[in-house]
Design a protein around this ligand. Structure first.
Ligand code: CA
Length: 186
C-alpha cells in the first residue's frame, strides 16, 4: 500500500507541468493582471513600473490582446532609438547568481527591446545591461523572449527596462508584453 502511495506521488510529480511556479518567480505582479495606477490621461501603469519622462504616447492595460489571464501591458511610443519607455522596480539578486528573464511579447509596429539592467545603485554605467533584440521577433504574433545573465560582483538588484530598439530606425512602436518571469537558475 505504502509502495503504491509512493508510486502515485512520483507519478504526480512526473506529470506536473514544467513551468515557473508563482513562488519561484522573483518578479512581482508579472502577469499584468492587477494593481494598475493611472499616471495621466495617456498612461495607466502596473504599480511596479515607472514611465521614463514622457517617452510614450500610450501605456495601458490591454484586455483584448494578452498572452495569458485577462490582461497584458500595452505600449505605444514615437521616440528615438534606445530611449527608455518604462522601468521596473528593483528585484533583489545575489552577486554570482545566474538568472533567467522570460517574457512574452506581441509586436504590432516597430518593435521593443526588453533589457535586464543592474539596479544596485543609480549609476550612469550600470554593471550590466543585457537585452534581446527586436529582430528576434516577428510582428503580429505572441513570441517568447529570454535573457540569461550572471549578477556580477557588487550587484544586488536588477530591473527590467522597456526600450525603443537600437538595431533599427523606429518611427512608431507598438507592442504588448505579458507573463514575465525572473528565476534564479544556479
Ligand atoms: Ca496576463
Amino acid at each position: 500500500m505504502k509502495r503504491l502511495l509512493i508510486l502515485s506521488v512520483l507519478l504526480l510529480v512526473m506529470l506536473a507541468p514544467v513551468s515557473v511556479g508563482a513562488a519561484d518567480n522573483l518578479f512581482p505582479n508579472a502577469d499584468f493582471e492587477d494593481n494598475w495606477t493611472v499616471v495621466n490621461e495617456k498612461a495607466t501603469v502596473p504599480k511596479e513600473w515607472t514611465p521614463r519622462l514622457t517617452n510614450y504616447d500610450y501605456i495601458g492595460r490591454s484586455t483584448e490582446q494578452k498572452y495569458a489571464g485577462q490582461s497584458a501591458l500595452h505600449v505605444i511610443a514615437n521616440i528615438k532609438s534606445g530611449a527608455q519607455i518604462l522601468n521596473s522596480i528593483g528585484v533583489p539578486v545575489k552577486p554570482g547568481g545566474v538568472y533567467k528573464v522570460g517574457y512574452w511579447v506581441y509586436v504590432v509596429d516597430g518593435g521593443i527591446r526588453v533589457s535586464a539592467v543592474d539596479d544596485t545603485a543609480k549609476r550612469y554605467y550600470p554593471k550590466f545591461n543585457t537585452h534581446h533584440f527586436v529582430e528576434d521577433f516577428t510582428a503580429g504574433q505572441w513570441q517568447y523572449g529570454e535573457i540569461t545573465f550572471e549578477a556580477p560582483e557588487g550587484c544586488y538588484a536588477m530591473r527590467l527596462s522597456l526600450v525603443a530598439p537600437t538595431d533599427r530606425e523606429v518611427g512608431r512602436l507598438e507592442a504588448f508584453i505579458d507573463s514575465i518571469t525572473v528565476v534564479e537558475v544556479e
